[in-house]
Design a protein around this ligand. Sequence first.
Ligand SMILES: [Zn+2]
Length: 422
Amino acid sequence: MIVILFLQVSDLYSQNLDYARSIVSTLASEDYMGRGYVKKADLKAANFIKAEFRELGIQPMYTDYFQFFNLDVNTFPGKMEVSLDGKKLRPGIDYLIDPSSPSLKGSFKLIRIGRQELNEPEHLNEILKASTGKAILIDMNDSLSFSPSDNEKINKRIEAIKYDPELKNALTLILSDKKLTWGIAGGQAKKAVFSLHSGEIKSDGISTVGVNITARLKRNHQTQNIIGIIPGKTVPDSFLVVTAHYDHLGIMGKETCFTGANDNASGIAMLLNLAKYFAENPPKYSLVFMALSAEELGLLGAVSISKDPGFETGKIRFLVNFDMAGTGEEGIKVVNATVFKEEFEKLQQLNTANKLLSSVQPRGEACISDHCIFYMKKVPCFYIYTLGGIAAYHDIFDRAETLPLSQFDNYLKLMVSFFEAF
Ligand SMILES: [Zn+2]
């Protein structure tokens, strides 16, 4: 009997994990094109989440699940080729394009400058004057050491070179040993910029760079949040809110997809698992589920829904935002823990009592994900992210097949008990 009971219980939990895995491997598959704005990938992901809401019996907040808004976004839907002296570089591994870069095609003579030159303004100006129509390669790899104030000046000059409209160079490349971390931009700059990773690239002796890239600035692209509700049993006009963004960075040319498994297919997996649980176990308060778009473009989905969530934001008892929910080997970090102390203590108590995660760590305010928009409207909230595990972030290695989800079940149990404690 005990054995059977154990099997049933463990079976139930493994079902949650299976569901989470299937969500992550779907949303973070290349079919979903990094949930960006090329070929309506954002809509494809939104339709998937909407179908899950429907399947789970979550009601739409409005007449439909979608809440639409428009945005501007720069995209890279086509060619993405960069070569040094004819040798092709690998997108995502050897280089990233600056998200605001425009299209560019051609072969350009290369002017190489190092930090030494960047530290000598007069010399630098001479070099830059001769850069019309050429590529500037800034090589940050050296064994030189500079004072903090010189370093600051050097960095300022690099920023000036990257975006200076007066400077008539064709493009800028920056070579360093820093991890490549991509982003997404809502506009287009005048010139293309690339970050090169120095792993297998040496700049000495290179004389030309070949570039063929297609950028498309989309204006007024319509995207959507997906909003669902489980009405509360006893206090339906008071709300607990779960948010997670479903968008990611999209593609960098046809061949390179930023699949965003941890960021943030994992958060959507948490949101859907909570929706599944509370659809089967109706809560006291109304529970609202917000799968938000365009977080990576500056929390735009949260801005849009916070203006008209369908109820007064003053009625939100508490909100939890999940972004990066796929690891947890070293526990979780709770943004706003030092602001909402009572709720944080509750979360720690529940964790200790049920022996779930290895640590529940406090952090102060941090405007780094969607909760921030609600927090600015005085909504009590946490943003929680998992710690440990793989370090892939905003790069091509944030993939479903390497996302551990090893603590997902315990994390889910903790959050269920947290919401039930209200
Ligand atoms: Zn994120």
